[in-house]
Write a protein that binds this ligand. Sequence first.
Ligand SMILES: *Cc1c(COP(=O)(O)O)cnc(C)c1O
Length: 346
Amino acid sequence: MKSLKELTRPNIWALKPYSSARDEYSGKQAQIFLDANENPYNTPNNRYPDPRQRELKAVIGNIKEISPEHIFLGNGSDEAIDLVYRAFCEPRIDNVVAIEPTYGMYAVCADVNDVEYRSVQLNSKYDFTAESLLEVADEHTKFIWLCSPNNPTGNNLNRKEIVKLLETFEGLVILDEAYNDFSSEPSFIRSLGKYPNLIVFQTFSKAMGCAAIRLGMAFASEEIIEILSKIKYPYNVNQLTQIEALKMLQRHYEVEGWVKTLKAARESLMDMFRQLDVVEIVYPSDANFFLTKVTDAGRIYDYLVNKGIIIRNRSSVKLCDQCLRITVGTPHENNALVEALKAYNK
Ligand SMILES: *Cc1c(COP(=O)(O)O)cnc(C)c1O
């Protein structure tokens, strides 16, 4: 791996971060806070939140068995996706490499940051080889995006190839594990010690059932986390989010129940899809959604919208011609979808 200094933009490497009032004071014993120009009335919303989210990181660290210095928290994974470009990629000079199809935000944030985005199509099994990505990388490639289980295809990427990439690529490898809770494969979090170039993204938006609160997590070496932390907005995770996340973590056992239920529902919904006349292929899934190739994606999508059922039409995405992406819902929602499709006239 190249040194982190070589991989980081020079202005970011040299940056002295803004130091907020709540950053400079970190003890707990004080009673009187006259340091941040807050209004003393309207407790508790009058106070700025902890900019370093110490309590929340401690709890997440306990659950994930990782120390807080290896955790970055952001306003959804979307914030972390944007921050890695701003930290590592010099606009118009550096580039990143990604698989295609994958999560759309990686390319959008590259465009916003004026960074070249080089994508490599997955093979017919929606999988990749390390070699195919390394082939398009050059000395200006700062990081490679991987998403496993991948969105919108639903499958896990080949673990051996991920490892090969981690071992041979000189830059960073960012592995988005938004759907790992639903997967049969373990998280790569346990491999962070072995691969200093690895950044793992997870989120509260999917299995944790907290998309509304906007909380994303990045796990990486202490040095990488320090870089992301110094360029984030000082109060990027608001107080209401920190409180809700802590409450959710207290009933963490419920998440395991949801995951179990959703995985079973996914299998039965996929079975029912295989029997539908309109369905040509049901792709394997390790997530809480699956991709399916149908006879006429556009018409079926419109038909379902008319019935008040919204799914995702991915037909315009490369390698996803005539494909719909179906999120697994409650039994009632899943049955309504299947019944509607049974009544569809080709
Ligand atoms: C849904 C999703 C996320 C979650 O993003 P948030 O900003 O945390 O809601 C991240 N990555 C992928 C691939 C996703 O599909």
